[in-house]
Design a protein around this ligand. Sequence first.
Ligand code: SF4
Ligand code: SF4
Ligand SMILES: [Zn+2]
Length: 306
Amino acid sequence: MKPPGRVQPGTEPLCMVCGQPAHFFSRDSEPLCLRAECKHVLGKKQHMGKKAYDLFFRLQAGQAKKTIEYVTVIRKKMEEKKAKETRENLACWTRSVKEELGLNPEEYPFSVIPTNAKKIEDLPAFRRQAFRTHVSELICEVVSDPLSVPPAEEPDHPGNPPSKLEQAFQIKACSICRGGCCKAGGDHAFLKPETISRVMEKHPDESPENVMDAYTGFLPEKNFKDSCVNHTASGCSLPKEMRSHICNRYLCDGLMAIQEMFAAKPYPKGVFFIRRAQDNWNKDDCSLDNPILAHELVLASRYIDE
Ligand code: SF4
Ligand code: SF4
Ligand SMILES: [Zn+2]
C-alpha cells in the first residue's frame, strides 16, 4: 500500500510550479517535485493575498521553467562535448599505440591531462602583500587560539600510499600539464589554520616570526599570471610539507585515471598522455574549445631502471 500523499504510479502528474515530474502531493493536493524552490513557491500561498500570489506564482513558475530549460541545454551540450572528446581520445590512443607503435593498448592505458597556458610575469606587489596578510592572519589565529584550530589534517594519502611507479607517473603528468589546477590557489594558496598548525607542530622550536619568514621567503620573483602566488615555471615554490593538504592530495581526472591504472597488478607498461588545451577548471566549459594539443607515450621502464 502506498503512503498517503504519494504520487500513484502510472498517473505521472507534473509539478504545478516547474512542470517537471512530481514526486508527491502538497497539503493542498497540489503535485510537487523535490526542488526546494517549488516548495517555497507553494508555501507562500497561505501568506499572500490571491492577486499577489497569482502574480508571484506566474513569475516564479516562468523563472523555474527557464532555469530548467537552460540546465537541460547545458547538460546536453556537456554530454555531446564529453562524447566527442572520448571518441577523439580513443582514436588518438589506438592510432598511436596500436597502429603506429604496434603495442597492445591494454598494456598502455591513457590519461587525459589539462594545460596551464598562462604566461610568466613578475609577481605583483599587491599579490605578495595579500599573501603575507593571509599567512599572518593564519599564524595569529593558530597562536592566539590553538583550540579553535580544527584537528590535524589527514595524511597526504589515506590508506595505502601510491607505489613509486604511480607517483612517478603522477609527477610526469603534472610536469606535462604545468599546473593546470593551480590557478585556484589565488593569493591564499589554500593555506588554512590546520596547515600552519601542522607546520608549527613539526617545528616547535621555530617562532611565529620564523614561520612567517619561511612562507614569505618562498614567494617567487615570478609566477604564472592569474595563478597561485607560488606557481612558478618549475612548479610549486613551497616545499611539500608547507603546502595545504588540498594541494598535497588533490587528484584531477587525469591523476585519478592513473590511480585506477595502479589499483591492481599487473601495472601498465606505460601511460599514454593526451594533453588538451584548457586548464583543469575550464575543460568542462561548453563554450570553450578543448582540442588535443599533444600526446606522448611514457614507458614504465624509464622509471624502473632509474
Ligand atoms: S593535478 Fe592535474 S591539473 Fe593539477 S598540475 Fe597535475 S595534471 Fe595538472
Ligand atoms: S601552493 Fe603550490 S600546489 Fe598549491 S595551488 Fe599554489 S602552486 Fe599549486
Ligand atoms: Zn517543481
